[in-house]
Design a protein around this ligand. Structure first.
Ligand SMILES: [Zn+2]
Length: 174
């Protein structure tokens, strides 16, 4: 895939303090289901480069086997770096880098993604309990969550191509 040198952000969003945690990204206007909100950019990095800090951990997604997409620390934080996790997100992926509204989103709503759909480092664990507030909150968010069958069903077609291929191989093997 071609990687944009940096991320694109919908003009009608802003970063501000979030009740989920830290800073979050909020809609300034209504966003329609399917509308593109972010296109991730940066550069490709190997797992070794990721662990060495070549790309920032907060911008990292697993796009191909042994390839992460992320941004150099020198780029600074961009709005897409502040998207909080939710176990019932209102955004999701439609390819390795394009993030769209999963449903209609009202002005003022916080924009969220389920980290399970693009993060694959099995030993990565969010140390604080999840504060997304969803009825289906799984409390503990880890880099192994893409293994969960209910998430594989819920987000079918909305994982990074890497994770989608891995899930397909699990289904073939089972
Ligand atoms: Zn949650």
């Amino acid at each position: 895939m071609n990687v944009r040198p940096t991320s694109w952000t919908h003009p009608q969003v802003e970063v501000r303090p979030s009740p989920i945690g830290g800073q979050g990204v909020f809609a300034l206007a209504q966003l329609r289901a399917g509308e593109t909100v972010f296109i991730w950019g940066g550069q490709r990095a190997t797992p070794e480069e990721y662990r060495a800090g070549v790309i920032t951990s907060r911008s990292c997604s697993a796009i191909e086997e042994n390839v992460y997409l992320g941004k150099r620390p020198s780029l600074g934080d961009l709005p897409d770096d502040f998207v909080n996790h939710s176990c019932e997100p209102n955004l999701w992926l439609v390819d390795a880098a394009t993030v769209v509204a999963r449903r209609d989103i009202q002005a003022g709503e916080e924009l969220t993604l389920d980290y399970a759909t693009f993060y694959d480092i099995d030993d990565w664990i969010v140390t604080e309990a999840c504060a997304c507030g969803s009825r289906i909150c799984r409390q503990r968010v880890t880099g192994a969550d893409w293994h969960l069958p209910e998430l594989q069903t819920r987000y079918q077609g909305h994982f990074t191509p890497l994770l989608a291929a891995r899930i397909a191989r699990l289904e073939v093997g089972s």
